[in-house]
Design a protein around this ligand. Structure first.
Ligand code: PLP
Length: 381
């Protein structure tokens, strides 16, 4: 029986063993509530402060207090989008986004539409890129916020977020970016890029599931965001809930590791991705690569096989853990909204595969993956 090969790191990553080790003492030994005013509480608070600093260092935040811990990127996106829109409704009811966002951005924006906000949905080019001038042209006197993801989870396209943020800043519009796929994968500097709000997630960067954060630039006057949970004063009232100290410590360690090896990780990912692409081109079928040839994440390879039944192909890959172009709406059989948004025909979108490579991926893994695709293609033809 062939061994299982995991090439779905854009869906989730394993926690790095060093992350698991860093978390260990905080389950049953240093288990205090970080809000408690006694020795165990102080120890927990100190660990949380350190993690906040590690996260701030990774994205070059102006101060650790700009980071607010949440339970997921989905939660951070909801807090940023609904929280900002609700707190700033007096200034306008118009937001700008684009069609290839993750469902955790599309969902809250649709909820805002139902509440009377208007969203302009920009269309990316055939590589999935949005330009700063597209955003600028969509700005009206009613616009309060633009949200454009830093990097796409399906096709890996990296957006010009610094340019978009600059346009927004000049026009008095706040800018949010869902950077769940970008943080720890490509260099990102919130100060240099002048970003107002940024979402990140622990389990996409070798941290624990259930750990995430929202970066909120510490401006004067302060950016206004309405909390989406009401309760205590944790995270300065923006996100009440007892802090998940072990998960936060794990996120901090994951940030530290990402920062220390981001260049190595990028070189490793890009080299294996190109090796995989070369392998796939030698299978004797017509294969097309999606995403931007220049601006893309190192570890994602999204491809479509022309004239192939996508469902049969995906089902034949039983020893390969990866996502298909119909997977994000898994089970529904609908083609990916990202691929259709960049003009990929429905059938080709269905016959597409997203390989996402990670830190533990080896050359043997990608060679064996290509071999499995080859066998699957032979079987279904
Ligand atoms: C995975 C992902 C999310 C959701 O992250 P969770 O922490 O699982 O909620 C949001 N946006 C993008 C781009 C993602 O890849």
């Amino acid at each position: 029986m062939p061994k299982l090969i995991y090439l779905d790191f854009a869906s989730t990553t394993p926690a790095d063993p060093r992350v698991v080790q860093a978390m260990q003492p905080f389950w049953s030994e240093t288990f205090g509530n970080a809000a408690s005013n006694h020795a165990l509480g102080w120890q927990a608070k100190q660990a949380v402060d350190e993690a906040r600093q590690q996260l701030a260092d990774l994205i070059n935040a102006e101060q650790p207090e700009a980071l607010f811990f949440t339970a997921s990127a989905t939660e951070s996106n909801n807090l940023a989008l609904k929280g900002f829109a609700q707190a700033n409704v007096a200034h306008g009811r118009h937001l700008i986004s684009q069609t290839t966002e993750h469902s955790s951005v599309l969902g809250p924006l649709r909820a805002l539409e139902a509440q009377g906000f208007t969203i302009t949905w920009l269309n990316p080019d055939e590589h999935g890129r949005i330009s700063a001038s597209q955003v600028e042209q969509a700005i009206t006197p009613q616009t309060i916020l633009a949200t454009i993801m830093a990097a796409n989870n399906e096709i890996g396209t990296v957006q010009p977020i610094a340019e978009i943020a600059a346009v927004c800043r000049r026009r008095g519009v706040a800018f949010h970016t869902d950077a769940a796929q970008a943080v720890g994968k490509i260099p990102l500097d919130v100060c240099a890029a002048d970003i107002d709000l940024l979402t990140l997630s622990g389990h996409k960067m070798y941290g624990p599931k259930g750990s995430a954060a929202l970066y909120v630039a510490q401006r004067k006057p302060a950016l206004k965001i309405s909390p989406q949970l009401h309760g205590g004063s944790h995270e300065r009232g923006l996100r009440p809930s007892t802090l998940a100290v072990p998960l936060i410590v794990g996120l901090g360690e994951a940030a530290r590791l990402a920062q220390s090896q981001i260049q190595d990780d990028m070189v490793h990912g890009a080299a294996l991705r190109e090796r995989l692409w070369k392998n796939l081109q030698q299978l004797g079928v017509s294969v097309r690569r999606f995403g931007d040839p220049q601006y893309h994440l190192p570890g994602i390879l999204s491809v479509g096989f022309a004239g192939i039944d996508g469902e049969m192909l995906f089902k034949s890959l039983s020893y390969l853990c990866l996502s298909s172009g119909a997977a994000c709406a898994s089970g529904s059989g609908k083609a990916s909204h990202v691929l259709t948004a960049i003009g990929v025909p429905e059938a080709l979108a269905r016959a597409s595969l997203r390989f996402s490579l990670g830190r533990p991926t080896t050359a043997d893994d990608v060679d064996a993956a290509a071999e499995q695709v080859k066998v699957a293609l032979q079987q279904i033809r």
